[in-house]
Write a protein that binds this ligand. Sequence first.
Ligand code: ADP
Ligand code: MG
Length: 525
Amino acid sequence: MAQQRRMGGQPMFILSEDSQRTQGRDAQSSNIMAGKAVAEAVRTTLGPRGMDKMLVDSGGEVVITNDGATILNEMDIEHPAAQMLVEVADSQEEEVGDGTTTAAVIAGNLLAEAEDLIEQDVHATTIVEGYHEAAEIALEAIAEQVSQDAVDDDVLKQVAESSMTGKGTGGLTAESLAETVVEAIRHVEDDEGVHRDNVTVHTQIGASSNATELVPGIVIDEEAAHDAMPKEVEDASIAVLDVELGVRTGDIDAEYAIDSIDQLNQAIDAEESEVRGYAETLAESGADVVFTTDDVDERISSFLAKEGVLVFDNVGSSDARQIVSATGANRVGALEDLEESDFGAADRVRSQNYGDDDLAFVEGGAAAEAVTVFVRGGTEHVVDELERAIGDALDVVSTALDSGEVVPGAGATEIAVADKIRSAAAGIEGRKQLAVTSFADALDVVPRTLATNTGQDPIDTLVDLRAAHEGGERAGLITDGETVTIDDPFEYGVVDPADVKREAIQSATEAATMIVRIDDVIAAE
Ligand code: ADP
Ligand code: MG
């Protein structure tokens, strides 16, 4: 519909005829509906008994996941307001690495509550003010929930485990993974804090065993240039080259007129000696492990194999960068420039075969500043979901360790926060009070959803949780093996980093208030 304005009796068109415009309540309710739909899409995945989703893209590629941010990103969402909820999940993932479903579900419920308020003639501005005020109270309430005990390795393991329970860990127990995750994070911690970027997860599909291993170094997909090369080199001096190791092929194909066998032999000798020259230079340089981004001639690799040098050829550029940063090597572009000072070092470099894949492990020494969680799983889908679950766990453990603050999970924090907001609402004048109360109601979505996803009645559960909380207890809906009980989550090791809760509330509030404030949508064709 083209926009019309009248000026001096003449209609004036300010928008192109193809643009779409929705205004007022219509715009608000269409945006709110889109936002709610997004939250609804991930709701069933929340918590330890959450279900997984199978997403199939237009190319037929399948992703099976329980991770909120991954689902929303794979869904190819177009509606601009819905897209804002996807951004909530993304920023949650980026800031703290977990709680993406929680954030999206809270945002969706803040919108649902806002819709009711609008129907009761509460103005959008009042809703926005009330929500912001409630979010402030929520942050105070979270601070009151923070555990007084020190965040030690046991607590960190609980944090890791809580974030992985219910994820497809492909037969591996969340418990054993949690231990590996905490060890990895401790490994990259120093006086300045946690260097989360120094931990990578490398997954390897293997039918045989489900095992995780912590590699004190890096793991890359690279294959040794020759079968006869050593599989393992201790105390390695590592050269990283961008050099083709072979006979120099000129731009023009040289043709020799060969008259005699002698001349032929001479030509072959010349080539041989050039090859041998390369090989000897390299062998004499003192490097016992060589990574080059270019080709290596078969004769050279065979010679180097005999000399006990382990060579990886056609190394990917990003792998080369990783080796350089892990081992302290300098990348060298010409063999004659290679000096001992260019070598990197590692306690051990080994080449290992896993079915169709060959991997290089660069471990110990300088390389041990980085650490790799090396995970094996049965199929690609298992391994991918495992990688996401471990990634989340690494994030929450590093978040918890950095801030030293954890709160009870299983909905207990949300129950306590909602209660504090409701009490505070009593002292707030006018219609804003309604908005503040609605904010508290929106937070109930977390325990309610945990109840629904474990097959419990959400209303009964909420009543019981509130009653326990009012009785002065920490009250969460704990899923422990087969049983579901209302109890103190700390007693069961169900703990989340305080920052995950803070971020979820802040980003959900931000998105919901932004959507509520919109009363005019103008879309170009
Ligand atoms: P998110 O994407 O929001 O992290 P999850 O599916 O990981 O969603 O679920 C996180 C919620 O599950 C948190 O509220 C956490 O406290 C809760 N939780 C984790 N473990 C348990 C458990 N054993 N019992 C009950 N709730 C749990
Ligand atoms: Mg989670």
